[in-house]
Ligand binder design. Structure first.
Ligand SMILES: [Zn+2]
Length: 351
């Protein structure tokens, strides 16, 4: 039986040498492992051997099985490599060819909206700040007054970077995809001198149940002012001015008191739906209520300022956040934010 196994191994080695494509390799795999299972046929005789021989044959057979599986995997890899080498040699790119110019240079509606918002805020004296999309836990949560086990962490299902990387990192330094643009506020407060008057546009990520208003990644814009004598009136005026400039003079804002577990007094702000304009027609965006929640505003918690070495006794501060996707929906009458992420040229070519 040992000789038969050796013979099988030699036939396999000869066989695999001559394989030229994936179809032949699949057939060889079927012969040796799956359908026909040549090894199994030989082992059918194992019951006639004594115990010692059974053990030896079993070890040889097992090693042979591993040998066959590994060789098939290697061959598969080799064939794949050859395929791409062939493509590389056969196909050439002529960079001097003229590029077709039809239907190019359409800006995505989210980029258009973000740029418009940036222009309006710059005209009001704001600076634009940016930060990494892969953030560390400390800036995304802890320094924003959201410590471990805080209920606010449950509100956002967070995408963490794989355990292979995070297990090697210390507490607070673990990587995640930022759930909001607020970590940039912390980064700015830590490096800047007073006063601070910034906006932070950018992409954020949350594990959301997707619908017309929610997607797993979306764009936010945050506003932060830390200065002396700032009041809620400044915030209200700024918001009203920005929204009217962006969406038209008849845009209305509705302020509602709200509670966020990690801020001081907060408000949610709705704007009048630009898609149905209260006509009573079916509207996925506002669910027939005429109001769409677009913004949230809050007074930064004194603990956040203290954690960034700013004296809360000396300075006043306000912040608010906007869903750029929802504003884009309102501005361009797209009744589902999901459409922005479906790479549909029919949509993009309209802009
Ligand atoms: Zn509506």
């Amino acid at each position: 039986m040992e000789n038969k196994l050796k013979e099988l191994k030699n036939t396999f080695i000869e066989g695999i040498k001559n394989i030229k494509n994936n179809i032949e390799l699949k057939e060889l795999e079927n012969n040796y492992i799956w359908k026909k299972w040549k090894l199994k046929k030989i082992l059918a005789w194992i019951k006639d051997l004594n115990l010692e021989d059974k053990k030896n044959i079993w070890i040889i057979a097992n090693n042979l099985k591993i040998f066959i599986i590994n060789n098939i995997k290697n061959k598969e890899f080799e064939l794949e490599k050859l395929k791409y080498e062939k493509i590389e040699n056969d196909e050439q790119i002529d960079i001097s060819l003229e590029f077709p110019s039809k239907n190019l240079w359409h800006k995505h509606p989210i980029s258009i909206t973000s740029n418009l918002l940036e222009e309006i805020f710059i005209s009001l004296g704001f600076k634009i700040e940016d930060g990494p999309q892969i953030e560390i836990e400390k800036y995304n949560f802890d320094k924003l007054n959201i410590p471990d086990n805080h209920p606010a962490r449950d509100v956002w299902d967070t995408f963490w970077i794989s355990d292979n990387i995070n297990n090697k990192r210390s507490k607070w330094e673990k990587y995640l995809l930022r759930t909001h643009t607020s970590p940039v506020q912390v980064r700015t407060m830590l490096k800047w001198k007073m006063p601070i008057k910034i906006i932070v546009p950018g992409r954020v990520f949350r594990y959301e149940q997707e619908d017309a208003r929610h997607t797993c990644n979306f764009y936010q814009l945050e506003w932060l002012v830390v200065w002396k004598w700032i009041t809620f009136w400044n915030l209200k005026w700024t918001l009203d001015t920005v929204m009217k400039k962006l969406l038209g003079k008849d845009t209305k804002l509705r302020f509602r008191p709200s509670i966020f577990p990690f801020t001081e007094p907060s408000a949610e702000i709705d704007i009048s739906c630009q898609i149905c304009k209260n006509t009573g027609s079916h509207c996925k965006m506002c669910s027939w209520t005429w109001w769409v929640e677009l913004l949230w505003a809050w007074m930064v918690h004194p603990k956040v300022l203290t954690s960034c070495w700013i004296n809360p006794e000396e300075y006043s501060w306000f912040a608010f956040g906007i869903w750029i996707d929802r504003i884009a929906s309102q501005k361009f009458w797209v009744d589902s934010s999901r459409m922005f992420y479906q790479s549909k040229l029919k949509l993009n070519e309209q802009f």
